[in-house]
Design a protein around this ligand. Structure first.
Ligand SMILES: [Zn+2]
Length: 58
């Protein structure tokens, strides 16, 4: 899977989880943000992550 597909998939999973059981996306993405290149706070797609957080959320 290319990176964009992975990110879109992750976005969908997170949105579903939010809708279904009011889940914190951070819990789902924890430990996977480097792999998906997604900020676990705002779900921004970025390669510039630090501890899973994008520039804006640090
Ligand atoms: Zn962010």
């Amino acid at each position: 899977m290319d990176q964009e597909k992975k990110q879109n998939l992750m976005e969908e999973i997170v949105n579903l989880a939010r809708y279904e059981d009011d889940c914190n996306p951070g819990e789902i993405l924890e430990g996977h943000t480097d792999y998906f290149k997604i900020c676990y706070c705002c779900l921004a797609k970025t390669n510039d992550l630090e501890s899973g957080l994008c520039v804006k959320c640090r």
